[in-house]
Design a protein around this ligand. Sequence first.
Ligand SMILES: NC(=O)C[C@H](N)C(=O)O
Length: 481
Amino acid sequence: MAHHTSAERDRLRTLTERLGLSVSDEGIDAALDTADELGSAVPESATVERRESVGSMADDPNNALLEAYDEPRVETDEGPLSDVSVAVKDVIAVKNLSMTCGSKSFSVVPSYDATVVERLLDAGASLVGKANTDAFAFGPTGEFSEFGTVTNPVASDRVPGGSSSGSAAAVSAGTVDAALGTDTGGSVRIPAACCGVVGVKPTHRSMSRYGFVDLSPTTDCIGPLARDVETAARVLDAIRGPDVRDPSSSHVSGESATDALDKDGDLTFALLSPFVERSSDSVAATVCAVADALDAREDASVTATDLELGEIETAYPLTIATEFAWLLRQRGTIRGQGTQYTEEWRETFESFTNCLNEHIALRVLPAAYLDERTNGRSYVAAREAVTEFRRELHGLFAEFDLLLAPTLRVLPPKYGEITATEGMKNISGNTGPFSLTGNPVISVPAGESNGLPVGMQVIGPHFNDARAVRGATLIESVRDC
Ligand SMILES: NC(=O)C[C@H](N)C(=O)O
């Protein structure tokens, strides 16, 4: 444990109050330690406590669903998703269903559907209910929902991954055909990999986030999870595209992901060596075996390729925590709040920042502290690291069609195992960088090691989610070879 001066502690305590957070004395010290580490001074890391399970709202063995309709909600029998049942992560508004964001301090009943929900229903999907999530989508393991941890249906002693833990578990268990998750630094891809399903993080801004509770707006994405790439692609096509209600949604619309499923033509892949080297032997071996099988196909080639990571690994925790702290200061993280929410919601929001759990507080505080101490230079440095890394990827995309990397660096951890900054890197160190650059990424099951699922990421150029879908189908066709 590093030694901090009382002036440092006082300063952080003042900031804690200003943010409306409540943290123990130990938490203040731990946050200072993490700030030192992120600022590359003192190498001691913070610990995070696992919250106790408090039980679920629905009768569901995996605690994957928080609220379900008696009968699935269907708006039309026709449409491309009329055979698809879906659940929606509980940070996305669904009319007349309570929204908790996985936190007991936030419960509102939206009077409207988020645009992505409207689009699912317009496409004929049957909506089953809301899926459990780590509180405010903050959490890489699925252990930080205040409505109880989610069980991993394929490995009950291992975490399901977070934060879209309920979405992944519901899909993996067959409770629904597909689910919407949200991915800010890996929250669709990580649980998809842990639960052995497909998870898509679309190109940033390629769809509307109207009705979604922001975490870190420069990286937040909504994306589908499904048991196969085809279903995920169909859901992706149904929900993507611009929306006047979310001015941040881009007017650029890429090719249809569903059409890409049947496309022919050769694909060249770069297997990103730094992410493989940082992974455990079992993860690396599983991913490399798939890469070899892919390379053996006539229409694909895989080349192990180096790239400079620069400061991108530090940029991820700094970016999301700094942006979340800004949102807390503004006391507003939901799009469309101005007209759509009731006074009751406003009051809830005013008070909820006092109740953020310690996992969130201990991740937000160090970044907020550094932001203040450096007059914003810590955030600027993170953005510069992103620019550098994006340039690296740009160079690779001039040479290769798609990039490959393991999703997690380790096999799905046991409950309570991920407690420190270093452990967090094992979970989100391979996913966070591509959130920062905004590229489309699909985590697709690569096989198993010691009976545990391993996922690998297919990374595409911006707005070419369709090409990533094609790459993911090739992986589906060669795995277990
Ligand atoms: N929503 C996210 O992608 C956050 C990510 N799972 C984290 O805890 O860092």
